[in-house]
Every structure is written in C-alpha cells, then in structure tokens.
Design a protein around this ligand. Structure first.
Ligand SMILES: C[S@@+](CC[C@H](N)C(=O)[O-])C[C@H]1O[C@@H](n2cnc3c(N)ncnc32)[C@H](O)[C@@H]1O
Length: 198
C-alpha cells in the first residue's frame, strides 16, 4: 500500500509514510472486509459511513504539515483509522464524531491499540472544540456545503485546514493564513460522505 498507492502518487513526508507502516488498517474494518483492508478504495464501516481510501487520508494528513509537537482537530472520527495516523505524527489529537456507535467503537479500538494522546467527543464537528483551541491543523472527513466559520476561528494563523467542500461536486481545499486572511487552495476532486448536523 505504501509503495504502490502512496509513494508512487507523490506522498513524500517520511513521518506520514512511517505512520501508514505502523497503523494496522485491517483492525479498523469489519472481519468481512479484512482481505480488502489495504485496497485502493474506501470500504463500509457501518452506519452508512466509510473508511477513506488510503491515498486520500495520506494526502490530507501530509497537506496539514504537522510536526511532532502539533495539536490537531479531526472532524469525523469514523472507524478511527485516520485518528491513529494523526496520533502517530502529532502530539495531541482532538476528534469529533456525530454517530455515537461509531465514536464508541473507534475509541475502544484506539485505546486497545495503546493510543493515549487522543481526546474524544461525540457531537457536531462543525462547532469545533472551542475549549481546546488554537489548533495547528484541522482535518475534516465529511463534506459541508460551505466551510463552517467556527473551524477557522479555532485554527492558529500558522496552521492549516484540509476540508472537502461541496454537494454533488466536491473539492478538497487547503486553507492557510496569508497576509490578512485565509487563502483557499483547491487540491483535487474528492467524494466524501456529506457533513450532517444534529
Ligand atoms: C468518511 S467518514 C470518516 C473516515 C475516517 N477518516 C476513518 O478513517 O474512518 C466521515 C465521518 O464523518 C462523520 N460526520 C459527518 N458529519 C459530521 C459532523 N457534523 N460532525 C462530526 N462527524 C461527522 C460521519 O458520521 C463519518 O463517520
């Protein structure tokens, strides 16, 4: 997976590639999908949701430009796979999931794998996690029709946000503070589950 799907498509950051070598992706999918866990596509994780394609997770995490001291906010814990990747490259991960069953399952799995720097919340990620701001990175794994204001208010000006935006046609956007405001870069066309609200 790391060679044929990530490195070959331009993922270069050694700490991100190492994280993919360390996190056992097969543990994050149901037993019926174990033989497809490292395949080049998303898989169902229950509750109508999916674990993202490995390359998309890698592109989003690399795009954040995290360091080992970074504090990162993830919206859409899902099965917890990307949460584990983030925990490998950053120092603190704050993750929010709106579906309680997925949140609970991900938490149990991540704790059983020994991850101790992850903070969990069940709720609407569009509100962010104001008590824990500012974040060095924010990564959103469900697509809103527009970027929720609270997220950018909680992002440090030296940080970066990776977020898919759109309804039928979605684009992965990267936001960084330049001069007096947030500059938006369009990275690639993507297909995420829609961001829902409570
Ligand atoms: C593509 S899946 C996440 C994949 C995840 N990166 C993984 O590795 O499994 C998107 C997740 O976002 C969640 N979600 C959708 N809207 C949300 C919201 N407003 N707040 C928090 N989570 C949300 C969905 O329930 C779903 O679990």
């Amino acid at each position: 997976m790391v060679e044929t799907q990530l490195r070959s498509r331009g993922i270069k950051e050694p700490r991100v590639l190492d994280a993919f070598l360390r996190v056992p992706r097969h543990r994050f999918v149901g037993v019926q999908y174990r033989n497809e866990a490292y395949a080049d596509y998303p898989l169902p994780i229950g509750s109508g949701q999916t674990i993202s394609q490995p390359y998309i997770v890698a592109a989003m995490v690399e795009g954040l430009g995290l360091t080992s001291g970074s504090k990162v906010l993830e919206i859409g814990t899902g099965c917890g796979y990307q949460t584990a990747i983030l925990a490998e490259v950053a120092s603190q991960v704050y993750t929010i999931e709106i579906i309680p069953e997925l949140a609970q399952h991900a938490r149990e799995l991540l704790e059983s794998l020994g991850y101790s720097t992850i903070h969990y919340r069940i709720g609407d990620g569009a509100l962010g996690w104001p008590e824990a701001k500012p974040f060095d990175g924010i990564v959103v794994s469900a697509a809103p029709s527009r970027i929720p204001d609270p997220l950018l208010e909680q992002l440090d000006h030296s940080g970066c946000c990776m977020i898919p935006v759109g309804n039928n046609k979605q684009v992965l956007k990267r936001l960084r503070w330049v001069g007096e405001g947030w500059k938006t870069e369009s990275m690639m066309a993507v297909r995420f589950v829609p961001m829902t609200s409570l």
